[in-house]
Design a protein. Structure first.
Length: 456
């Protein structure tokens, strides 16, 4: 192992330069004008994987291509096989005026590398590639076979990845999947994320009059859809932060004493969280800490509201319609389609007869959980400890990575979520950055990880 660690230490400057080259591709999967950039990025990544000694192939899909890279194969019957998943597509950079430097021109300040995609997700999966490069370039035997699957559509729902997994199930069969696309509280608290919330999305529209009406002539005699929508949604949460939809909590598993004790180890104070997100006071479901509320409890969130006149000045109307975009975050045992049904049924029940309710369903995904006491999880915790020099913590994150459920359903493999992002790294926001200490320690963690996992 020492030659591997020495190689990683000696080549950090080159690794950062390589990452900057990767980050210059505006690989925005959501914007069709960047389709050529997506293909160019996939080709660059494939060539880079080959240069470091991997066997790499681009697999076309009906969307953006998937890059698959493999370590040189030994006798599969005698060696464990693990998969590393990542994505080379990135979020749109807008609003551009809030960036302090162009989003696709990497900028280093101190130990931070600023660029779109630096932490989500190019920098994180690149750390794993560099760890494997260290093995291959030093001639140090890897104790396992590795397959990297790096897709180009994570930011737009991974529409074609599940079908890809099914087509190549035998080739991708593995003992576990490793994903670095989550985070840690700070550099002294590396983390294994053992749970993710699920999600359902939908859009509700209330329609009233056949057209916008003069509020002086008709206001008071017709229900205002915007007001009706606010009143409707206002009935769905009580003053204690609890969702009032009947049977919404039926399948929610209570937090164990072990989990609640682990959450208390996290170094995030309420006042620090309050300062980070810029609110006067925190609010959440009574009886749970802010950490539990935002990672291990279900939610009903308004993501957007629109109705009526939005321009400058005043336009005195009763709008013809009002619309809200909604997502519910779900926890283990809550089934997306069941929750969608009970939410929609309740909305229909309480909708006033003065307006017409329309509901358009969006995407959905189950929550994910892996036992933090499993052998694979414990091996990952040991690798984190060795790399970062600090005892790792356990996290449940409030976000969703729907594809990890497909890894379990299609490949039968649990996923180890070993995130390298910091809370202040601005994923999905202007001035996204990646901490270069975490980049280096992530490489070391990956190097140790294959030893730990293969010894089980």
């Amino acid at each position: 192992m020492q030659p591997v660690l020495d190689y990683l230490k000696q080549n950090q400057a080159q690794f950062v330069a390589d990452l900057c080259e990767f980050l210059r591709f505006p690989s925005v999967s959501a914007q069709p004008q960047h389709n050529p950039d997506m293909l160019s990025c996939a080709r660059w990544l494939t060539n880079h994987c080959r240069q470091i000694g991997l066997e790499a192939t681009i697999y076309p899909t009906d969307g953006h291509p998937i890059v698959v890279a493999k370590t040189p194969r030994q006798d599969r019957s005698a060696r464990p096989h693990f998969m590393v998943y990542g994505h080379y597509d990135v979020q749109p950079p807008e609003p551009l005026d809030l960036w302090k430097s162009p989003p696709f021109e990497p900028r280093i300040k101190g130990r931070s590398l600023f660029a779109r995609g630096s932490t989500d997700n190019k920098g994180q999966h690149f750390a794993h590639l560099k760890a494997v490069e260290a093995y291959l370039k030093t001639g140090t035997p890897l104790p396992c076979d590795l397959t990297f699957v790096i897709e180009g559509e994570e930011e737009v729902g991974s529409k074609y990845l599940a079908a890809f997994l099914k087509t190549y199930r035998a080739e991708l069969d593995c003992q576990a999947v490793v994903v670095s696309d989550t985070g840690m509280p700070d550099k002294e608290h590396p983390a294994l994320t053992y749970g993710l919330r699920g999600i359902i999305a939908f859009e509700i529209t209330l329609r009233g009059p056949s057209r916008d009406l003069h509020s002086g002539s008709f206001g008071g005699a017709v229900d205002n859809p915007a007001m009706a929508l606010c009143q409707l949604i206002g009935k769905l949460r009580d003053k204690n932060g609890r969702i009032t939809i009947p049977r919404f909590y039926d399948d929610v598993a209570p937090l164990s004493a072990y989990e609640r004790a682990e959450f208390k180890r996290l170094p995030v104070a309420d006042r620090d969280l309050q300062k980070l997100i810029g609110v006067k006071k925190l609010f959440g479901e009574r009886g749970f800490t802010p950490t539990e509320q935002r990672s291990a409890r279900p939610t009903f969130e308004i993501n957007g509201l629109t109705s009526g006149y939005q321009g400058e000045g005043t336009k005195t109307i009763v709008p013809a319609w009002a619309r809200a975009k909604i997502t519910c975050r779900l926890v283990p045992h809550q089934k997306p389609e069941r929750i969608r049904k009970i939410v929609c049924d309740y909305l229909k029940k309480i909708c006033p007869p003065t307006v017409r309710l329309e509901i358009e369903a969006g995407h959905g995904a189950e929550a994910y959980m892996v036992s933090p006491t499993s052998a694979h999880a414990q091996a990952a915790l040991r690798a984190l400890h060795q790399a970062f020099g600090h005892k790792p913590v356990l996290l449940r994150e409030g976000g969703s990575i729907p594809i990890v459920n497909d890894f379990k359903k299609v490949l039968g493999a649990d996923t180890l979520l070993l995130g390298l992002a910091l809370p202040e790294d601005n994923a999905h926001s202007p001035n996204e950055k990646f901490d270069l200490d975490n980049f280096a320690n992530g490489q070391r963690m990956s190097a140790f990880l294959w030893q730990e996992l293969s010894s089980l």
